[in-house]
Write a protein that binds this ligand. Structure first.
Ligand code: PGA
Length: 261
């Protein structure tokens, strides 16, 4: 795991967007795994800016989102379909047919999950998977004690996650308890995973992910088994790490070709 510590959340987002943009320029036909939530908003904003000012080209990109709520129609303001449309897709030149988000409104969810896995394979696999982390260590919506080899499936949200996201729903009765999410096994097959975490509320989860044992109690710790993970955190999210000076040392001694822009 490569751990990059930055002073502010803005710097985290900027570096994350530079890594994505670098891939798009090198491989215009890449497959991106996308995340939702508060964390990637500024990264998407920066990608939109690069599209508008530097013509960053999304015309050949294929995307797969991590997850979606079960039971919310795609035009529901809290659905991740709506989120992606409003925060990225409608601002860049990506053909909507190249974008994929699990369909939590499908009449046959189990079949849909299998189709989603197959669609990722058919696209050639994910080149870069963006990830946030939940305060309980979830990635996607893979909650503690779920299998570290899981595939895209229907999952039940933990009470902690429901509490963390409750403020997004003005009517608490509308907050779904179920989701469709890529599994940990699915995520681990991406060629490069880029995890962003900002704020002190993530500091425990960040410590467990990087320095804790690999354990289903912190699903993100499974990323320790992945050959190429870049974790970008701001100072508050890094506050509980035992070895920040080690991560800084490693970053300072990278070879030129290992450095990000
Ligand atoms: P957040 O969510 O970006 O809204 O904090 C991250 C996550 O739950 O994965």
């Amino acid at each position: 795991m490569e751990v990059l510590i930055r002073d502010t959340a803005d710097e985290v987002s900027l570096l994350g967007s530079q890594i994505v943009a670098q891939l798009l320029r090198r491989k215009p036909r890449c497959v991106l795994g996308l995340a939702t939530g508060r964390t990637p908003l500024r990264l998407y904003g920066e990608l939109i800016r690069l599209h508008q000012t530097e013509k960053l080209n999304f015309s050949q990109v294929v995307t797969f989102n991590l997850d979606e709520y079960v039971g919310l129609p795609p035009d529901h303001p809290q659905s991740y379909h709506h989120y992606m449309r409003e925060n990225l897709f409608r601002h860049v030149n990506i053909p909507l047919e190249s974008t994929h988000i699990p369909d939590g409104y499908s009449a046959d969810l189990r079949h849909h999950c299998k189709e989603y896995e197959q669609a990722i394979i058919n696209a050639g696999g994910i080149d870069l998977q963006l990830l946030g982390i939940g305060s309980n260590g979830h990635i996607g919506f893979n909650e503690p004690t779920g299998s570290l080899r899981s595939r895209t499936w229907i999952k039940i949200l933990s009470e902690k996650t429901l509490r963390d996201n409750a403020s997004n729903f003005s009517n608490p009765d509308e907050q779904p308890r179920h989701v469709v999410t890529m599994g940990i096994g699915t995520i681990l097959e991406a060629r490069h995973c880029v995890v962003l975490a900002c704020g002190s509320q993530k500091s425990n989860a960040v410590k467990e992910m990087i320095e804790g044992p690999v354990s289903s109690m912190c699903p993100a710790s499974a990323l320790q088994l992945h050959p190429r993970v870049t974790v970008i955190v701001d100072t508050p999210a890094a506050a509980r790490l035992d070895h920040p000076e080690h991560y800084r040392w490693i970053e300072q001694h990278k070879l030129d070709w290992q450095k990000y822009p």
